[in-house]
Design a binder for this molecule. Structure first.
Ligand SMILES: [Zn+2]
Length: 119
């Protein structure tokens, strides 16, 4: 049994496994924390409904969306609607977000992703 070696390896991993809000882009935080509804309409295609009920058509694989953010700024990684759709469909890693204690990830949308396992 090499308990000392195991403890050292564990401490390195603990640092990597300790993300904070600053590790994520604002658009990613908004994608997770804002109330949105994602409805898949075709493979890779979703309708994303924002908090005010506006519907945006999102192509997950092209990272395309009809919102002003994509039209005017074309952010790398997509707007919050693209990110939300990618998170829901497993095209973006939700796990580091779940591990961050200061992010509200309690939306019903994420229920199927076994959030309590990480918290
Ligand atoms: Zn958008």
């Amino acid at each position: 049994m090499s308990s000392r070696a195991e403890a050292q390896g564990g401490s390195n991993e603990a640092e990597l496994d300790n993300p904070s809000r600053e590790d994520f882009e604002d658009r990613t935080l908004r994608a997770v924390e804002q109330s949105m509804v994602v409805v898949q309409v075709a493979p890779g295609m979703c309708h994303v409904y924002s908090q005010d009920g506006t519907q945006y058509t999102v192509d997950i694989y092209l990272e395309a969306c009809g919102c002003d953010d994509m039209f005017y700024r074309e952010p790398e990684g997509g707007c919050k609607h693209v990110r939300r759709a990618k998170l829901k469909h497993g095209e973006m890693d939700l796990e580091p977000l779940i591990r961050c204690p200061n992010i509200d990830i309690s939306h019903p949308m994420f229920e199927h992703l076994a959030v309590p396992e990480y918290r």
